[in-house]
Design a protein around this ligand. Structure first.
Ligand code: SAH
Length: 354
């Protein structure tokens, strides 16, 4: 196993069967070794600095019915909300004061936010904060829409592919959703010039190790700027309510493998990881992650953006979240930094929109 890990460090790759072996059979001792080497790789590229993104969950209306997600359209128990433009700007203002230089606007696929409205929001934020990055995470849209939003000033887009196995994708989503379209959207985003993020849930229902190997292979080929992964966590009002949560251990294995296969990728230690285990995000950083995404949404709506049960950080003000995360990072010897935190390849000038 050690030889495999060393090969992974040296060549930034393994064969599919080696990856499978590593994921399925790694011992606790070797996992510790793998996590340390992945952390070392992150240090070499990004140092001991952890980037922060201010997450603004601006709507929990969604037209989709993903079987795993708590804000799916068919969940009649979800209390729906939308933030007004002014509320969104207020979140940014607070965030800016707290040192955030990236705003992530995330939401369900909510048709209320037309291209015109979203472009107006993006433009306003862009004009007010020319030194900040604007990230969108609002699902599948058409090419024209992605283009307009990019031209309005958005720089980055997070769209998890959810799984790179078509058959598995169909088990996680209703028939009207398509794996091919999801992948096409990712390709379009990249082509337009967004710093594009993909990702998946670890331990989602019906996921096999072969699915995970396909995820790793997809990421290696797609070369995203970011990869968001976290454990699948069940939500009581979804068709998947009886499935077990994904494991923190497996998430840590995958974070490290992703770091070593894609050394310069931006890799968040996600809220889901912090929800699954109280020191999950710290463990994620120590396994090679280098981004955290504290919540900037108004406290009044935080509980309502409930993708899974027991989500953390739903009661605190943004400032408290910022301090709490900062202390958590300090406790493991890391420092949160105030900067846009671009992927190193984009800073080098591969992309004009930075
Ligand atoms: N509508 C947007 C944003 C989705 S929410 C989009 O389609 O991209 C962001 C991510 O949360 C999803 O991509 C999914 O991977 C994750 N998520 C949703 N439900 C989850 C659950 N029950 N457990 C863990 N992660 C979940």
């Amino acid at each position: 196993m050690r030889e495999l890990i060393e090969k992974l460090v040296k060549t930034s790759d393994l064969t599919d069967s080696e990856l499978k072996l590593l994921i399925d059979n790694i011992s606790d001792e070797d996992l510790d070794y793998l996590n340390k080497l992945a952390r070392k790789k992150a240090n070499e590229i990004y140092g001991k600095q952890i980037f922060v993104r201010g997450l603004i969950e601006f709507t929990n209306y969604c037209k989709n019915n993903c079987y795993y997600c708590g804000i799916r359209a068919a969940n009649k128990n979800a209390e729906r909300y939308r933030l007004s433009k002014e509320q969104i700007y207020e979140c940014c203002e607070q965030g800016y004061k707290l040192g955030f230089r990236t705003f992530v606007l995330q939401g369900g696929e909510d048709v209320f936010y037309s291209d015109d409205l979203l472009c107006e929001i993006v433009k306003t934020i862009r004009e007010k904060y020319p030194d900040c990055a604007i990230t969108l995470s609002i699902g599948e849209r058409d090419e024209e829409s992605y283009k307009r939003l990019f031209e309005a000033g958005a720089n980055r887009y997070l769209l998890r592919h959810e799984t790179a196995d078509k058959h598995h994708y169909q088990k996680l989503h209703p028939e009207n959703m398509s794996f091919d379209n999801r992948i096409k959207c990712l390709e379009t985003l990249k082509k337009i010039g967004y710093q594009t993020g993909c990702g998946f849930m670890v331990g989602s229902p019906y996921q096999t190790t072969d699915c995970l190997v396909k995820d790793l292979r997809f990421i290696k080929n797609f070369q995203p700027a970011m990869v968001g992964i976290g454990p699948y966590l069940s939500h009581k009002d979804t068709p998947f309510c009886d499935f077990e949560n994904g494991s923190v251990r497996k998430t840590l294995i995958l974070l490290s493998i992703i770091r070593l296969m894609n050394p310069s990728v931006l890799l968040p230690a996600t809220t889901a990881l912090g929800t699954a285990k109280s020191d999950g995000r710290e463990k994620g950083i120590l396994a090679g992650a280098n981004v955290v995404m504290p919540n900037l949404s108004p406290v009044s709506v935080r509980k309502k953006y409930s993708l899974y049960d027991n989500k953390i950080c739903t009661g605190e003000e943004s400032a408290q979240c910022r301090v709490c995360l900062s202390n958590r990072m300090k406790s493991i010897g890391y420092e949160i930094v105030t900067s846009r935190g671009d992927n190193i390849n984009f800073i080098k000038g591969d992309n004009k929109n930075v």
